[in-house]
Design a protein around this ligand. Structure first.
Ligand code: NIG
Ligand code: FE
Length: 411
């Protein structure tokens, strides 16, 4: 068991009980790592004597980043439809014509479970190199019960790999209707609801998700499925308001969902409901950018006191990017998020939206030793669109899983 202290010019704890400002910044800060956990946080000058020190000099240190919305267990590519969309093709029209989610579904059907797992692990390693130590991963491309189970089992097996970010898994049971059930919607809904028990028994998911939108699933359809999910003990996080406000936010609030995600289109009643229920708003700037949409009404959401999460939405259709730092940069530039909102949205708030704030999301005593040493001098430098990794060391539970130090060690 190794015990050491990390010291740096700026330690951004993202904790409410340490340091200055909303981000809990400790100038000339330090923390002690005891094997896999943090056992002490404070000023460098107050460090207990006699402890080994890793001095990170002028670099900034933050908690490991948490990407709270990804579809990272996909295989194949949708570059063909991307080009069509860039030439003016419409995402929803492509989906209605059998492309989009259904195209990724076909690629999942054709893949072995092990291929899906390996694709996810490779992707998670690349995410780690960008500073991410926890990712939420959804199913939702299997669509048919056995195929959803295959995708969920691939995610579960990747979970046990300690050399990649920690995985929180979500059963996205209502994402699209598979072509074979196109005219049998009720049968599909029955099948998805029936699968909940199996997913619970096999321990395949922490959360359940549904895509509530015009051209996706209605509030009534989602209500039945999500109520059953809650009865099976699942927490909820939902795709809401990507293209239209059909009442998904009110349903999410009523059912006590942890998060509603997208919200490009969200009205006043929806915002009131979210604020009253304390639901996180997970914003997905790269998806909004790729679809060339208007940003969500950030100022109004903020005025309602709704807390933000920022996520990559990594998927082969609307957000073909694995980069949470890119989503952060776009969140600031395109959405008008403040630096504090953005950084809390990928640390403490993201972890809380995943019910993992007892484990990660801030540098605090008792939390896992999940942290990033950036090759950057200040947390605000994280928000610039670098286009390349600026991580020196990415640590999950005391183990280096990414950054230039790991790359050198592997050479
Ligand atoms: O979050 N819109 C629904 N789901 C995903 C996209 C999935 C896909 O196009 O493959 C999203 O944008
Ligand atoms: Fe999504």
């Amino acid at each position: 068991m190794s015990t050491y202290a990390v010291t740096a010019a700026r330690v951004v704890t993202c904790s409410e009980s340490a340091g200055q400002g909303a981000l809990g910044v400790l100038e000339d800060g330090a923390f002690i790592v005891d094997d896999k956990a943090i056992s002490w946080v404070g000023k460098r000058s107050a460090l207990p004597k006699g402890i080994a020190v890793h001095d990170e000099g002028a670099n900034v240190v933050t908690p490991g980043l948490v990407d709270a919305h990804t579809h990272a267990a996909w295989v194949g590519s949708r570059h063909d439809e991307y080009v069509v969309r860039m030439a003016g093709g419409d995402y929803e029209a492509i989906a209605r014509a059998g492309g989009g989610i259904v195209s990724s579904h076909r690629q999942i059907v054709a893949a072995e479970e092990s291929t899906i797992r390996e694709a996810l692990i490779a992707r998670a390693k690349r995410m780690a190199s960008l500073g991410v130590t926890t990712i939420e991963v959804k199913s939702g491309y299997g669509l048919l019960p056995e195929e959803e189970l295959k995708q969920l089992r691939a995610i579960r097996d990747a979970k046990s790999d300690a050399s990649i970010p920690r995985i929180v898994s979500t059963f996205l049971g209502l994402h699209a209707i598979p072509p074979s059930l196109r005219d049998r919607r009720d049968e599909f809904l029955k099948g998805a609801t029936g699968l909940l028990e199996r997913v619970q028994i096999e321990g395949l998911a922490d959360f359940v998700d549904a895509y509530i939108d015009r051209n996706a699933f209605s509030v009534e359809e989602s209500r039945a499925f999500l109520t059953a999910a809650k009865a099976h003990g699942f927490e909820l996080r939902l795709h809401v308001g990507q293209f239209s406000d059909i009442g998904g936010a009110e349903l999410a609030s009523e059912l006590g969902a942890k998060s509603v995600d997208h919200l490009e289109v969200v009205g006043e009643a929806a915002m009131n409901a979210l604020a009253n229920a304390g639901v996180f708003a997970s914003l997905l700037p790269t998806a909004c950018f790729t679809l060339k949409q208007e940003p969500p009404p950030v100022a109004r959401l903020r005025a309602h006191g709704i807390r933000f999460v920022i996520a990559s939405d990594a998927n082969p259709g609307t957000s073909p990017s694995e980069s949470l730092p890119l989503a952060m940069a776009m969140g600031v530039r395109l959405f008008g998020l403040t630096p504090e909102e953005t950084i809390l949205g990928v640390t403490r708030h993201a972890a809380a939206s995943l019910a993992k704030d007892d484990v990660t999301g801030s540098l605090a005593v008792g939390k896992c030793a999940d942290y990033v040493v950036w090759d950057l001098p200040h947390e605000h430098a994280l928000l610039q669109p670098w286009g390349v990794a600026r991580t020196k060391r990415v640590v999950r539970e005391g183990r280096v899983i990414g950054g230039s130090d790991l790359a050198h060690a592997l050479k």
